[in-house]
Design a binder for this molecule. Structure first.
Ligand code: SAM
Ligand code: SF4
Length: 476
């Protein structure tokens, strides 16, 4: 079988699907967008329709404070209408940092002598998963460097080991992957292990920038990476995540790059990405480049970027990780972000070490939000949001095309809210500290009060009784 590292010869014939010249023209437009056009675009977004490139570009070009405020207001309303007040929680699990690429911004790059290399052994992996289960996590994303040892079989075996662990009432119910692009056969191997989302960040959609920060290794092939998720789709993985690393090039271009990628996947496979990530470059050990990113994104622009993405792709999950500060994370939950991690530790072997083990601890970069999962949850409750550990869609086969069909009005009320309440109740009963438990029960009561009387509410209340009586993992 081919490894992850050999480009598929069939990929060579593709040209980039990023319309770089068109994006350049749209952004170079100097005339302020016409107010009536902006009103129409915002109305379209409020109607939950995905925006076109020129519409997103018009929002990006807005400078006027009133129009900027209208972007945020509309994003807030849209977020509430599509997602309600649920926030999906997950944790990253770094499996290994061996890497044959030399990405200028990353502490794991091959030329970095300052980083110690480690890969979790099966025993260390077990320790990590058990520590995450003890916190209450149900959804993980496994992160790998790019190296021949992290081939599809290794990744699939790792996923199976994670699913197999059980501690008390807990098991991991969804494993997502952030790893190098593969060939189709490789993706099939990984898919067979039961993964959720396969996530690949393009880092930069601006080809010259991409080439300059990926000088060596398989990642230096822009097109191999750009078509990485096409191959995943061809292999039957219909749930993929895209992303751009903010700070390499102009964020405006990257937002339109992310939207172009979405349009491409929609056109080719009938379904866009399930999630979009937009990490900002953070300081990394031994990595001067990361201390001074070429096009650092200021906080105000970063928030605007998220609000515009929210409007442009209403049904795509937006992920914001603990790389960001508590303040930024809290602010962006309101107008865009739908998934966050909690209690993260990105050293290798770090979760078990936190829990008193003697494993390795080597972080890729510093985290801005170092709260425990329980603290994150308590704060979400105080902000009247409902933390969700739901993994139901994926386990009930509602992914890809199916997921998009269901992501229509009524779906959230029918499936997402009850599943959020049930999985959150499990968390409160099995893992929460006393204060969080109290705040959580108050939040569940608020949520129940919003549901009108009727059969769905009765069904939810009876499922909650089952959970209080000791049953777990009731999927809607
Ligand atoms: N090796 C795989 C890859 O490159 O696709 C996956 C692992 S890599 C550690 C995951 C992501 O971390 C990268 O796609 C990149 O966007 C992000 N990353 C790398 N260095 C970073 C830094 N200094 N600050 C923030 N994010 C960074
Ligand atoms: Fe390796 Fe990924 Fe880091 Fe690049 S970003 S050096 S491929 S781990």
């Amino acid at each position: 079988m081919k490894t992850t590292l050999k480009p598929d010869p069939t990929a060579g014939g593709h040209a980039s699907f990023i319309p770089a010249a068109e994006i350049g023209h749209l952004l170079a437009e100097t005339q302020a967008p016409d107010p009536s056009m902006i009103r129409d675009i915002l109305a379209k977004a409020r109607g939950k329709q995905r925006l076109e490139l020129r519409e997103a570009a018009a929002l990006i070009r807005i400078q006027d404070p009133e129009q900027t405020a209208a972007i945020f207001d509309t994003a807030r309303a849209l977020k509430q209408a599509v997602y309600g007040n649920r926030i999906v929680l997950f944790a990253p699990l770094y499996v290994g940092n061996d890497c044959i690429n030399d990405c200028s911004y990353c502490g794991f790059r091959s030329s970095n002598p300052a980083v110690e290399r480690a890969t979790l052994t099966p025993e260390l992996l077990t320790g990590e998963v058990d520590a995450l289960l003890a916190k209450g996590h149900k959804r993980l994303i496994l992160v790998f460097g790019e190296h021949p040892r992290y081939n599809p079989d290794f990744i699939a075996d790792t996923v199976r080991q994670v699913y197999a662990r059980r501690v008390g009432n807990g098991n991991i119910r969804r494993v997502n992957i952030n790893a190098a692009p593969m060939d189709v056969a490789g993706y099939r191997t990984v898919k067979a292990s039961g993964i959720g989302t396969y996530q690949i960040f393009q880092e930069s959609y601006h080809e010259a920038t991409y080439r300059s920060v990926h000088p060596r290794g398989p990642k230096s092939d822009f097109l191999w990476r750009l078509y990485g998720l096409d191959r995943a789709m061809e292999a039957g993985i219909d749930d993929v995540g895209i992303g751009a690393l903010m700070g390499l090039y102009d964020w405006r271009f990257e937002v339109l790059g992310l939207l172009s990628h979405t349009l491409h996947l929609e056109e080719r496979f009938g379904v866009g990405p399930h999630t979009i990530s937009f990490p900002r470059i953070e300081p990394a050990v031994g990595t001067v480049f990361a201390d001074r990113p070429p096009q650092r994104v200021p906080d105000a622009d970063f928030m605007k970027l998220v609000a515009i993405l929210r409007l442009a792709v209403p049904y795509t999950g937006l992920i914001l990780t603990c790389r960001e500060s508590i303040e930024m994370r809290n602010a962006m939950l309101e107008f865009g972000v739908s998934q966050i991690d909690g209690g993260s530790n990105i050293g290798i072997g770090a979760y078990a070490a936190e829990a008193g083990g003697d494993a390795f601890v080597r972080s890729q970069f510093k985290l801005g939000d170092q709260r425990t999962l329980d603290e994150v949850i308590a704060e979400l409750c105080r902000a009247e949001m409902i933390p969700s550990f739901c993994t139901s869609c994926y386990r009930m086969g509602r992914t890809g095309q199916h997921f998009m069909e269901f992501a229509v009005p009524g779906f959230v009320k029918q499936f997402c809210t009850p599943n959020a309440v049930l999985t959150f109740l499990e968390y409160l009963l099995d893992y929460a500290g006393p204060e969080t438990r109290q705040a959580g029960f108050v939040q569940i009561d608020r949520e129940l009060a919003r549901i009108p009387p009727g059969a769905p509410k009765d069904r939810l209340i009876s499922a909650m009784e089952q959970i209080r009586a000791g049953e777990r993992d009731l999927c809607y």
